[in-house]
Design a protein around this ligand. Structure first.
Ligand SMILES: Cc1cc2nc3c(=O)[nH]c(=O)nc-3n(C[C@H](O)[C@H](O)[C@H](O)COP(=O)(O)OP(=O)(O)OC[C@H]3O[C@@H](n4cnc5c(N)ncnc54)[C@H](O)[C@@H]3O)c2cc1C
Length: 410
């Protein structure tokens, strides 16, 4: 039987969503919920949905502790987190609101921990709990630290499963999802419609949303935009606990993050399937979808190295970059950084796990774009920076884009 994804492609639609990760699916679903009759197509280049960032992450429902109050990240993470819990409840997606602790290993990190607590309160988090060294042990007996912060709102889920349920809703609402269909060219027709080269077909649409993650800047440029940023891919590598040692971790354990860096530092995560992961680190990937150390694409590499912003970034962070590379090549160094939080962990406790590649936008001045960046031009919306916590925030990001696209397309 022919599946809906293999239906012959229609040559016109009201709206095209490009990218079948969690943000694209949440967007298509939100638009359809507001405007049931609308003709929506979603194009995904891979043979399945959630094949990239959405399928290669820590599976954490973030509380909204870290983000600058007033930022789009803070707003959509806070509302999106509760929307995500409600979505999982309603549609039977396994999840757990297990809470997490952030651990200050040394006294000098306490100021940063206090600042995190202030941010959390400013972002509306209730019930944050400061922990003494003894209380820390009560929550996570194998962790060493001088103080901690317990965040009750944090949880875990499988975002691939969430995306699949979103896709069921899109199809039930009349939306069409085309897998194996990369969008390569985007032009403007004299009638004002956008002409998409999608797979081997040409489709005319009134509006479009670019949710292509690691390729978002390229798709924006293909559509005639000139964003002053480039996606720089950072691979995050994980180790997995051997089953007999996974009892060392009860829930989620995070270090106090370096405020200069956009990543949260290697942490311990009990996943929804019961396995426990340690990681991720953050190394420059030589390929946008390069999941292994040896993966390299000369095209992607040239794209990164020809971007002035990358060299400005490298000039500032070369030392951190070298340390991260070291941890990528040496299990001993990786484990050493984990031992800061959990001294008794050893190399024997861990086996190599999965990896993921983050789509991190870097601007022309070499700054890591901190907030989500969503640009509109004409009747197009381009999601140009949606790193963590975009999976948590996806339902809210979808609503935000749905509102914008309807204003634009009328
Ligand atoms: C290591 C790691 C850990 C993370 N941990 C967490 C976490 O615990 N909690 C959290 O909230 N967030 C986390 N994140 C972030 C989160 O995974 C992402 O923010 C989120 O998945 C982004 O979703 P997306 O739909 O924008 O991108 P993606 O999931 O990457 O989807 C983009 C899609 O677009 C498709 N595509 C690209 N180009 C084209 C084209 N030309 N035509 C058609 N399709 C195209 C791709 O194939 C892909 O399927 C993590 C990310 C990483 C990498």
């Amino acid at each position: 039987m022919q599946s809906k994804d293999q239906l012959p492609m229609s040559t016109t639609a009201d709206l095209a969503v490009i990218g079948g990760g969690i943000v694209g699916c949440a967007t298509a679903r939100a638009v359809l919920a507001r405007h049931p009759g609308l003709k929506i197509v979603l194009f995904e280049k891979e043979a399945k949905l959630a094949a990239h960032q959405t399928g290669h992450n820590s599976g954490v429902i973030h509380a909204g502790l870290y983000y600058r109050p007033g930022s789009l990240k803070a707003a959509t993470c806070t509302s999106g987190r509760e929307a995500m819990y409600a979505f999982c409840e309603e549609h039977g997606v396994p999840h757990q609101r297990c809470g997490k602790i952030v651990v200050a290993v040394e006294g000098k990190e306490i100021t940063a921990l206090e600042e995190l607590e202030r941010r959390g309160v400013a972002n509306g988090l209730n019930g944050l709990q400061r922990l003494s060294a003894e209380e820390l042990q009560g929550h996570e007996p194998h962790v060493r630290g001088v103080a901690g912060l317990f965040v009750p709102q944090t949880g875990i889920v499988d975002y691939v499963r969430v995306t699949q349920v979103m896709a069921e809703h899109i199809r039930a609402g009349g939306g069409i999802i085309h897998l194996n269909t990369p969008v390569r060219q985007i032009g403007k027709d004299p009638g004002g419609e956008y002409r998409l080269q999608a797979g081997s077909n040409t489709v005319l649409v009134r509006g479009l949303v670019n949710c292509t993650g690691l390729h978002a800047d390229r798709v924006a440029r293909a559509a005639g935009m000139h964003p002053d940023l480039r996606i720089v891919p950072f691979r995050g590598e994980y180790y997995q606990f051997k089953p007999e040692r996974s009892t060392l971790v009860k829930h989620l354990i995070y270090p106090v993050p370096d405020p200069q860096m956009p990543f949260l530092g290697v942490h311990f995560t009990r996943m929804i399937d019961g396995t426990v992961e340690a990681g991720p680190n953050a190394v420059l990937a030589w390929q946008r979808e390069g999941y292994r150390r040896g993966d390299i694409s000369l095209y992607d590499l040239a794209d990164t190295l020809s971007f002035g912003g990358f060299w400005k970034l490298a000039a500032r962070f070369w030392r951190v970059g070298l340390e991260e590379q070291g941890r990528s090549f040496s299990k001993r160094l990786f484990v050493k950084s984990l031992q800061r939080l959990m001294p008794e962990i050893s190399q024997d406790d861990l086996v190599p796990g999965e990896s993921g590649v983050r789509a991190q936008a870097v601007d022309g001045e070499g700054r890591l774009v901190d907030d989500f960046r969503i640009l509109t031009e004409g009747r197009m919306v381009h999601v140009l920076n949606a790193p963590s916590p975009a999976a948590t925030a996806s339902l809210s990001i979808g609503e935000y884009i749905a509102e914008r696209i309807m204003e634009l397309t009328g």
